[in-house]
Design a protein around this ligand. Sequence first.
Ligand SMILES: C[S@@+](CC[C@H](N)C(=O)[O-])C[C@H]1O[C@@H](n2cnc3c(N)ncnc32)[C@H](O)[C@@H]1O
Length: 270
Amino acid sequence: MPTLPEVGQNDFERASRLLHARTGIVLGAHKREMAERTLGLRARHVGATTVREFLDHLEKNPESSHWEAFVNAFTINHTAFFREAHHFDILASFAKARGKPFAVWCAASSTGEEPYTIAITLRENLPSPDTGVSILATDIDTHAIERAREGVYSIERVKPVPEAYLRKYFMRGTGQRAGMVRAKPALRDLIQFDVLNLLSPSWPSGQKFDVIFCRNTMIYFDKPTQTRILDRFATMLKPGGLLFAGHSENFTYLTKSFKLQGQTVYEVVK
Ligand SMILES: C[S@@+](CC[C@H](N)C(=O)[O-])C[C@H]1O[C@@H](n2cnc3c(N)ncnc32)[C@H](O)[C@@H]1O
């Protein structure tokens, strides 16, 4: 293996600025060591002799194909099935009360555990869910979306899924896929997976949602970015629609577009 390209004094700050402008993600100083190694690896992968040369290339070429791997390298994809499980009880009651058509946008869906949990919840709580129920699952990370679309998980990862749902909604792998499960079409067909940057000017158009999930993602953004995204989320919701946030996210003082319902669930103000 060739040695890693040299990382200069200002490379971390510059990479942080580029990442922030592109994705909203703020790279804390405590990530410096990890980030510098990642930058070295990315630079070597594209054949640059220094990290500076690699960053010059990104800065001068906003359309460069190297951006994708650069962004993917800095996303944190931690997620789980039935994470913050009380949210799915709230979703179930809300969906039952509202009825069909019912549309959900899962706006930072990572590797898919969250949208599949939403799909299970809607299948279990809405009548004839093959029509009039839709879930849009998006994330900036192209690898995460690919994995989400496949819907293949280790037995370990599906441990939080109740046994009855596991049998009903997942197929067990055999042969080389032993120890793995795959979401059945009953779940996969409810979900459309797409790559989407929450900072991008183009968001899903022509569709309004009953619910938006954007959990454990805004914590990586600064406050002005959070406010901008929240105000845009508000325009994407139907009257009375809900926004589900992560357990450590508090949007109360950031915008007047939402009011807290409790348990990190916000109702749009219209
Ligand atoms: C920690 S995961 C949260 C996953 C899931 N929402 C949950 O709570 O389990 C954060 C996700 O946000 C995504 N993300 C970060 N910046 C983003 C952006 N600007 N646009 C869309 N997704 C972004 C990352 O790729 C990552 O998959």
